[in-house]
Design a protein around this ligand. Sequence first.
Ligand code: ASP
Ligand code: MG
Length: 441
Amino acid sequence: MLVLKFGGTSVGNPERLKKIATLVLDTPGKKIIVLSALSGTTNTLVKIGEFLLGGKKKEAETEIALLEKHYEQYANGLFSSPEYIAIGQDIVSRYFSLIRLLSAGTFDDRSYRELLAQGELASTEFFYYHLRERKIDTRLLPALHFMSIDENQEPELEKIGERLRALLPSMSHLDVLITQGYICRNHRNEIDNLKRGGSDYTASLIGAAIQAEEIQIWTDIDGMHNNDPRVVKKTTPIAELTFDEASELAYFGAKILHPSTIVPAQKYGVPVRLKNTMDEKAFGTLISDKGTSGEFKAIAAKDGIIAINIKSSRMLLAFGFLRRVFEVFEKYKTPIDMISTSEVAVSVTIDDASHFSEIIGELQSFGTIEVDKNQTIICVVGNRLAEKKGVLNDVFHSLADIPVRMVSFGGSHNNISILVDTSQKEKSLKLLNQGLFDLDG
Ligand code: ASP
Ligand code: MG
């Protein structure tokens, strides 16, 4: 079994939806298709939900009417025969009646989550009826029947697997099953979701739960690239990555993949392939547990980092000092990304400033605090970098002209993290692109 996920742009207009349907039908074997909402839909539903929560019914109604127009046109463009055009119109009117019903009642957080779920429910119905119009025998597998999260919002992978194993045998004669990305039920059995961009995560959870042969994430770029194409002139797709390298890159802002996607796939060793709907023949990126050692794979950057330096003579030869420092961050549920220590000082970075002043307030009792805002972590990713001679030399030779605030190496086998002032980011990425990959910066 394969799991194929298509994002919002892949179903964003009727022509593209038809194209991916053909792509699915041309793919041999049995597969579960995971779809996002039509592009822009979730953003609009968020907007409508915010208006309704804020009591702005008129503004919400305007947005609903606009979205409805868009869906009417979409349905008319998708279906060809009178029978299916009627089905398309019925789908649109059903969804928009429900949306209006939700907005007419007392609108609370629960109604909001139900509203957000309508995008994926509608896109999968469109896809289902499109295949039916093409005379393909297929089935909708309702995500709300098997995808669930617990009270900590964590997906219940084992339960998802059990439910799917109970559902799938009756459909074993079908080559194509369709389900919704992003949506699920929570521990109160209410409709909920896996957070924005969560359809990738759905695909990975399903792939892991049924131990699929492969999880394919289809987008409109040919895989992960070695550097940020918005910053440097030339980038290349990375053919193969390990799960660890891919998680590192997903965290460091490689927008192509939801950061949690790798976790379930890695747990069950199911390879994840990133593919391009605009260029089906392109290899894309294959993420698996097979690694090539000692090679630079990619450079990624994350902005909005704050560096905090705590200097204290009490740290000298003391034990338990770092624990007390970390407890402050723990208390405010603020993750630390980079750490670097000397005998009398420690520097840490955070990217979540929601409790910044409380944290600084408490840290002051330890010694002198210095803060640098507007920092960027530049992360050089590769497999088993510590085994390759001269890696640090290669990196710092490239960055010879850049003032470096912090460095972290050895925390994992996969990355070298370098903290620079954000004003130095562009130059750093360009220099590393030239120095490590011999590509135009
Ligand atoms: N439709 C959802 C969103 O826009 C989920 C997804 O596309 O992955 O966030
Ligand atoms: Mg996405």
